[in-house]
Design a protein around this ligand. Structure first.
Ligand code: OGA
Ligand code: NI
Length: 260
């Protein structure tokens, strides 16, 4: 955890131009503060690096990852492998709690397209003017988040109030995402969260999103409705591709369209 945090801090301390150079192919992207502004019409105070890390063919995708700092691919590759094992374990336990097959997320490509999203929030001269990241639920199944040990920023909404999720050294924050909300038919609800900016310190966070392949069908798990249960399906079924396109265009507003 320390090694990967160090590598990402080093990456984000490079000049934007150099960072962009390291992300010059299609699957690895760098969104700078300016670009986030254009994309979401909201000025987020951060730079974000993102790339896929599909578990099935590491050699094929690792060559598109940044190559600076020089140990990037080795350290991040190892991290992605370990955090996936943890994520799959957590999903198995969630399945058990929901009463669905333990292997549910190993099927239908549901966990085949994970990605790493690495945010860098620079110090902000006036934190009252902008957020690091506005209120949202993650568009994932679950997200495993590694926080900077020393800098606060993440907040979660509970009973209409924001609470700080302060970093605990060597602990992860695990978010239920919107996709799991659909799959669990609303028994598990995606956590609403945001990131506030900080006057003095830069903050780095590393989110591992467990995401499906584009063709995967996202719908309430059929196992939930056996045994003569009278429960109704609350959400429409759709491909992950469809969900993603929608989310990209409408952001959190799509939540109202997911229902049956
Ligand atoms: C996200 C997210 C939180 C953070 O990437 O979706 O909520 O602490 N990140 O950066
Ligand atoms: Ni999030």
């Amino acid at each position: 955890m320390d090694d990967v945090m160090k590598v990402f801090k080093e990456f984000h301390s490079m000049p934007s131009k150099e960072k962009l150079n390291e992300c010059s192919n299609g699957s690895c992207k760098l969104y700078t503060s300016g670009e986030n502004h254009k994309r979401d019409a909201v000025h987020y105070w951060k730079d974000t690096l993102t790339h896929p890390c599909p578990p099935s063919s590491p050699q094929e995708y690792i060559k598109y990852w940044p190559n600076k700092p020089s140990n990037y691919r080795k350290v991040v590759g190892k991290y992605a492998e370990e955090v996936r094992k943890l994520g799959m374990k957590i999903l198995e336990i969630l399945c058990e709690g929901l009463g669905i097959r333990r292997e549910y997320f190993l099927c239908g490509g549901l966990s085949e397209n994970p990605s790493l999203v690495v945010h860098h929030y620079p110090p902000c001269p006036d934190p009252t003017l902008t957020l690091g990241l506005a209120k949202h639920r993650d568009p994932s199944i679950i997200t495993i988040l590694l926080q900077d040990k020393n800098v606060r920023g993440l907040q979660v909404l509970k009973d209409h109030e924001w609470f700080g999720v302060d970093p605990i050294p060597y602990a992860f924050v695990v978010n239920i995402g919107l996709l799991l909300q659909i799959i669990s038919n609303g028994r598990l609800i995606g956590a609403e969260h945001r990131v506030v900016t900080n006057l003095r310190n830069a903050r780095t966070s590393v989110a591992y999103f467990i995401n499906p392949s584009n063709e995967s069908i996202i719908e309430p798990a059929k196992d939930l409705f056996i045994n003569g249960s009278t429960q109704k399906t609350m959400y429409k079924s759709m491909s992950y591709q469809e969900f993603r396109t929608n989310f990209f265009h409408k952001g959190p507003k799509i939540e109202s369209e997911l229902h049956n």
